[in-house]
Structures are given as structure tokens and as C-alpha cells.
Design a protein around this ligand. Structure first.
Ligand SMILES: Nc1ncnc2c1ncn2[C@@H]1O[C@H](COP(=O)(O)OP(=O)(O)OP(=O)(O)O)[C@@H](O)[C@H]1O
Length: 255
């Protein structure tokens, strides 16, 4: 679980995050959504410790990040997996080498143990016959699977995903979403996903935090989002005619 309390972050005197409080629950896919410029990336980077907030706290299982020693922060860092936008694989490394990389950096395992663990997670994300291929030799969807395998290879407690669907076709995007949700539940991870994708919101948004102008304007689940009359949310999520129809159908089915 990650608890955020009254988070403020400014750049050059301009306040970007204006006092955000929320809880990201363990074993759930937590989504951060909002219009471009609403502060999603700054928020995610603050959770990752890449930005230092001026005010407020971020707690990982009740331990306030700002109060941790350097050694404790390093330990926590190893418990965090990250899936970057565009996968961010090492082009000169094979799939297996990419997945082994975090263990080479942060573990004392032997080469054999690392290879065994890498292959376990490669199998888990259903990457077939790809171990010795380079990122340029596999599809975008497979690259995402490699990125997910690399993010979970250290058995993280927390998983952060920045736009995990960007650049994928709608069908592959859903497969990747479902994979992230399955892994989150299976390993009881606290997963936080920065997303633009309305399909993801509807499919895997077990907890959704909607940001607007650096404030939390709404939070709830993918079921609640159909019913809310919060204008900021409905303007954003139901901006297209298709989404308006989906909402209407959902509400009429519920009645
Ligand atoms: N390092 C920085 N220095 C100064 N301003 C920044 C910095 N990072 C972000 N900002 C500003 O913070 C605001 C929010 O940016 P952020 O990238 O968090 O938006 P976002 O919601 O992730 O948008 P998008 O969906 O387009 O990625 C923007 O006005 C941006 O210019």
C-alpha cells in the first residue's frame, strides 16, 4: 500500500501538485488519469522519489519515504519495478539479458540462478522463443512483455507503469493491461499506472485517481466512474460519442 498525504510540488515558483492525498491499494491496479498537463507525470515521479515534494508525505507500507535513511531508500528502490513508456529496453542486449539486468545490478545471485529466475518470469509473461532475440527483432507487444518481465524479476512489492499501452494496437493493449492486472493480483503488488487509455480505465481501473490542475478532482473504481456526475470526470472520460453511448448502456443495464 502507498499512502500519499497532502503532496505539494512546485517548479520555479509554479505549483504543479497542490496538495494531493490518496491511497494506492495492494493487489490492485491503481490508475492515475487526467488531461495532459494535469500533473500525472510529476505525481508519478514524486512517488518514485525522482522529485522531492516541498510539503506532504509518501508512505510505503506505513514507512514515510522522507524519513528513511539512505540505506533504507536503497532497499526500497529494489522493491520497486518500473515499466517505462516505450519499454526502454537496452537495444544491445538480448531479451534474456534485459530481464537479467536488475539482478546483475542489485542481487548477489550466481549467473545460473539469475538465468533461472529470468526464465521463470519470461515464461510468466508468455514470451515464447524470444530469449536470444534483440528488442529490434520483436514486436512492440513483445517488448512490453520484456519490460514487464524485467520490472517483476526482483519480485517487487510496488510496480509503476508509465503509459504501458502507448504505441500498441487496441487488442495488444488489452492483453498487456490484463497481464499487468493478473501479475498485480498474483504477486499482491501495489501497482500504479499512469494512463491516457480509456479502455484501460474501464478494463483494469480498480482504483482511479483523476487529477485536474494538480488536484485530485475525483477518485473511485471503474464501476463508480460510470455513475459519477462529477463534471470534470464526465467531461474528460465521456468526451467522445462512443464513450457517452457506453456509459448510457452501462447505466441502463444496471437499472
Ligand atoms: N521538471 C520540470 N520543470 C518545470 N516544470 C515541469 C517539470 N516537469 C513538469 N513540469 C510542468 O508540470 C506540469 C504538469 O506536467 P506533467 O508532465 O506532470 O503532466 P501530465 O499530466 O503527465 O501530462 P501528459 O499527459 O501530457 O504527459 C506541466 O505544466 C509541465 O510543464
Amino acid at each position: 500500500m502507498i499512502t500519499v498525504n497532502n503532496l505539494h510540488k512546485s517548479f520555479d515558483g509554479t505549483e504543479i501538485l497542490k496538495g494531493i492525498s490518496t491511497v494506492f491499494e495492494q493487489g490492485k491496479t491503481n490508475l492515475i488519469i487526467g488531461q495532459s498537463g494535469s500533473g500525472k507525470t510529476v505525481f508519478l515521479k514524486s512517488l518514485l522519489g525522482l522529485h522531492t515534494p516541498e510539503e506532504g508525505t509518501i508512505s510505503f507500507h506505513d514507512k514515510i519515504y522522507q524519513n528513511l535513511s539512505k540505506a533504507e531508500k536503497r532497499k526500497l528502490r529494489v522493491q520497486i519495478g518500473m515499466v517505462f513508456q516505450g519499454s526502454a529496453l537496452f537495444d544491445s542486449m538480448t531479451v534474456e539479458e534485459n530481464v537479467m539486468f536488475p539482478m546483475q545490478m542489485f542481487s548477489q545471485k550466481s549467473l545460473e540462478e539469475m538465468r533461472e529466475r529470468a526464465n521463470l518470469v519470461i515464461d510468466r509473461v508468455q514470451l515464447i522463443n524470444a530469449n536470444h532475440k534483440f528488442p529490434s527483432e520483436i514486436s512492440g507487444g513483445m517488448q512490453k512483455r520484456v519490460a514487464i518481465a524485467r520490472a517483476i524479476v526482483m519480485n517487487p512489492k510496488y510496480l509503476f507503469c508509465d503509459e504501458p499501452n502507448s504505441g500498441l494496437d487496441p487488442k495488444t493493449a488489452i492483453v498487456i493491461d490484463n497481464l499487468i492486472q493478473e501479475i498485480t493480483q498474483e504477486y499482491n503488488i501495489t501497482t500504479v499506472i499512469n494512463s491516457h487509455d480509456m479502455n484501460s480505465v474501464m478494463e483494469i481501473g480498480q482504483k482511479i485517481v483523476f487529477l485536474q490542475h494538480g488536484l485530485k478532482a475525483w477518485e473511485g473504481s471503474n464501476k463508480d466512474i460510470f455513475k459519477t456526475d462529477n463534471k470534470a470526470v464526465t467531461d474528460f472520460v465521456y468526451s467522445s460519442n462512443l464513450m457517452k453511448k457506453v456509459r448510457k448502456m452501462y447505466i441502463s443495464n444496471e437499472q
